[in-house]
Design a protein around this ligand. Sequence first.
Ligand code: DGL
Length: 272
Amino acid sequence: MKAPIGVFDSGIGGLSVLKALRAALPHEDFIYLADNGHAPYGERDTAHVLARSRAVTQYLVGQNIKALVVACNTATAAAIDLLRAEHPHLPIIGVEPAVKPAVALSKTGRIGVMATRSTLASARFQTLLAAQAGLAQFVLQPCDGLADAIERGASIADATELIAACASNTGAMGLFGTQPGRIDTLVLGCTHYPFVSEHLQALVGADVTLVENGEAVARQAQRLLHAAAGNLGPAVTGPSRVRLITTGDAQTLKAAAAHWLALREPVELLQI
Ligand code: DGL
């Protein structure tokens, strides 16, 4: 394996980012670590998310990664500053709710943000939001249980429970649509949510724009790797390999990686 790029999330959500990363960096190797054994992050306290992010990063650094993608909004909000301070030579890319692109897209000026409770409460998110204050109105929806429902739904064909979980959140946000006063732009501020975008789109209507940022994160990773290329030697070539690792249920990661990314690699179990 070439020196891989490490990618982690509390579970399978970061696969939405891995998908964009693989498209943007087709020759790179990746290690994807799902911390399912200690999930969800979004309804736990910051100390838990910090401790898990540090442990996972430490493990990935031990696997000789050349860059790290924190493919989790909750972990980025809680831990990215500390991870950067602890690993000053490692390029670290995070993911944050795409509120700025949403402001540029919205015509009604009313924007919905779905994210975990922890992300919405974080100082990092509040700063992000404050920078857009006055430019739009934001309806913030802490989606308790939604990431968990997506984890459970990964290996179940029947989507009834998932659709109900999506509906209870969109239903709480008010009216969607392109008419004045309605939410016309919906930010998916958790990496799990792109996997239910089809259900969300059906619930809010086809004229509402869903905004996610997997591709923006992948472009940023590309830029950072380019900038660091001097230290990393010549550009990589050859096929891309992926290692899949979980601290929890292997079946969930296996099913999600096969279903969404057509990855059939075996899932390694890890206790850290
Ligand atoms: N996927 C994570 C995020 O982007 C959160 C899921 C969880 O609550 O563990 O915020």
